[in-house]
Design a protein around this ligand. Sequence first.
Ligand code: F6P
Length: 362
Amino acid sequence: MKKLGILTGGGDAPGLNAVLRAAVKTAVRSYNCEVIGLKDGYDGFLAPGGIIPLGREEVRGILPRGGTILGTANRGNPFAREVLRDGEKVIIDTSNEVIEAIKKQNLDGLIVIGGDGTLNIALELYRKGVPIIGVPKTIDNDVGGTEVTFGFDTALETATEAIDKLHTTAESHHRVMVLELMGRDAGFIALHAGVAGGADVILIPEIPFRYKAILDKINRRVQSGRHFSILAVSEGAKSIEGEQIYSRAGNEIYVPRLGGIGQQVSDYIAKHSEQETRVTVLGHIQRGGSPTPYDRFLATRYGSAATRLAAQGKFGHMVSLQNGHVVDIPLAEALATPKRVNINGDAVRTARDLGICFGDEK
Ligand code: F6P
């Protein structure tokens, strides 16, 4: 193995730099292999100056840093790229150009660090002959084929701290505090932070809710003398009769932007009870900051393992955590079934045993 490429795609997540550092250090130290970094995901192959050398100097000191030193893009799909033609925006397939650019670089492997979207593109490129190795990333923890993605633990810490802080105002002002958390299709952040922070209601995309059930829970608390409640709500949660709530519609390039369910739940409670309500949307705070030790350790193991996989020529595979061990799994298998909260699993069961309401109670 003489030359590796590496890129980060999709939304940033704490731990991306730790993966880059580990992959580069392993390549240089154990394989005497050169590494190049692609700026802003797959775009780096086509943009002028989009390819930079990544050596030990470039990755020095980045372990505790959030974000990605390479930059990232979640509109950077080579199969559907927005470009200006005669003053008009059009969508074109640039995958062949990207593949040509990859060939020109004489790469022995391309490590792609990303979530569902970026890894699905990686799989398509692999099927067209690109020697891809995948590394699963996302704060949502919703990539299949692995027990956990790096970034999730840091987001969870931020979300739990937010719930702890909201408790103060909730108790002092006897209010219902609604915290809207990230989690497009999977409610791991809301579920884990909700349990860890002692929320009274948790709403997740996997369990459609009824507004009345939430109201009943809050009223029961008031009747028993607890005049405040904390609600942890995934941005992707939806009512039984409703749809997910978007703040911006999607198009061929962007998925629709979620946002607003926390406000809707809050408005309902304010309208149908005497409780005062407030909403906090934690947003991208959850994606920022220095990775936790857990995420740094996991990201480092993933990065190092990805380079070893490339050296073994195990292309079309993704590193993954299974039973606490870093192993690998074919990308196609990992991506076939996205990970979701097991609504019959012990985490949801535990929450229910503690009296936490999911809004589906009769
Ligand atoms: O997939 C990670 C995630 O943070 C989702 O939870 C959220 O819906 C989305 O990315 C937000 O993306 P953007 O940064 O484009 O607003």
